[in-house]
Design a protein around this ligand. Structure first.
Ligand SMILES: Cc1c2[nH]c(c1CCC(=O)O)Cc1[nH]c(c(CCC(=O)O)c1C)Cc1[nH]c(c(CCC(=O)O)c1C)Cc1[nH]c(c(C)c1CCC(=O)O)C2
Length: 340
């Protein structure tokens, strides 16, 4: 099989390949004992920037589960680290920034860095190792959407409602647009590095977009996500959580070939909203990974049935794999999807 015939790429082009492609957000990570073994003694972001380690972690779930794609082991804050921003990932918490970006002069400080100066060597090297081993299995590159990155950067760390970033949009729209425009260029640069090194698909994660009103999403966020993804010359997937109220906007005016749907919205309903020109991705409820297999199996069959309403369907979770997941549950889902 040629890479271009891979079920994931066929589905993103709008075809219905013989088998439903399946991969899992956060498939490379803590649910795998072989991942936990490799990570001992190495901080998260250092692991991402060690090419042979990042490559090996990327490949682990492909070998174990037989998924239809690898997703590059990295993090949405890696391009910020490469830009010289002081960021760490605190285990069990998430990204933490030493100097939050809250005022117009903070925005001046970070946006003075030219995204074209980011050194992507370690990323390119890791992607090269991965794609050489993957052969005809596609590698998905990714980046954080400007709003989700800003939700961390303005707050200084994880938050529930991202109040400071959402306040900045209204109290100082000029600074907000400068910051979000810069973040779009940083993420774009990260996507291009992965593309140029051999990734076959890119996914933009706007995990926290669900905290926005539809009006704010349209006015302050969508144009920047559009800039991060437009004309990237690879198939694109755009994912968010809680984006039901503005799901059609997630198509980004035709820039997204696939739209990720969370577990709250049945795929047939989502497909009706998204229309005939987009592939749907999702949306197994991550909570059900902890249920007995017959319960999970019935849910996965229902997701696949509802996905038939779309032009094409990529089976995935509605959000990432929870760390405590039994990896055998993921393998069973892949076997089921490929048997139907
Ligand atoms: C919001 C976000 C982040 N990072 C990411 C997002 C968007 C996706 C989503 O919504 O889940 C993206 C991401 N992060 C990671 C990947 C790798 C590829 C994959 O398997 O999907 C991807 C695509 C690895 C990771 N990124 C992180 C881990 C866990 C780190 C560890 O093993 O200690 C992994 C495997 C750390 C991280 N990084 C981030 C968080 C909230 C955390 C969790 C902190 C924790 O609970 O410990 C920021």
């Amino acid at each position: 099989m040629a890479l271009s015939d891979a079920p994931l790429l066929r589905a993103l082009a709008g075809d219905r390949p013989a088998r439903t492609p399946v991969w899992f957000m956060r498939q490379a990570g803590r649910s795998l004992p072989e991942y936990r073994d490799l990570r001992v003694g190495t901080r998260m972001l250092d692991a991402c920037l060690t090419p042979d380690l990042a490559a090996e972690i990327t490949l682990q779930p492909v070998r174990r589960h037989g998924v239809d794609a690898a997703v590059f082991f990295s993090d949405i804050v890696i391009p910020l680290r490469l830009a010289g921003v002081d960021v760490e990932i605190e285990p069990g918490r998430g990204p933490v920034f030493a100097d939050p970006v809250r005022t117009a002069s903070d925005v001046d400080r970070v946006t003075a860095i030219d995204p074209d100066d980011l050194d992507g060597t370690a990323i390119a090297e890791a992607v090269g190792i991965v794609t050489a081993e993957l052969g005809d299995t596609p590698l998905i590159g990714f980046a954080g959407a400007p709003f989700t990155l800003a939700a961390y950067l303005v707050e200084g760390g994880p938050s529930k409602e991202h109040l400071r970033a959402r306040a900045m949009m209204h109290s100082d729209p000029e600074s907000w647009n400068r910051l979000a425009g810069w973040l779009a260029r940083v993420s774009r640069r990260f996507l291009e590095t992965q593309r140029d090194a051999g990734a076959s698909v890119v996914q933009l994660f706007d995990s926290w977009a669900g905290s926005l009103s539809t009006a704010d999403y349209r006015a302050f966020v969508a144009p920047h996500s559009h800039a991060a993804l437009a004309d990237i010359s690879l198939p694109t997937i755009h994912f968010g959580v809680g984006t039901g109220p503005f799901l059609a906007d997630m198509r980004l005016d035709g820039v997204a070939d696939g739209v990720g749907v969370d577990w709250r919205q049945p795929l047939d309903e989502a497909a009706a909203i998204l229309g005939p020109d987009v592939t749907v991705q999702g949306n197994i409820d991550p909570a059900l990974l902890a249920a007995p297999w017959p319960v999970l199996e019935a849910h996965v069959r229902d997701v696949i049935d509802r996905g038939r309403a779309a032009r094409a369907h990529i089976l995935n979770l509605g959000h990432g794999v929870p760390p405590e997941t039994d990896p055998d549950q993921l393998t069973r889902i892949v076997e089921l999807a490929h048997s139907l």
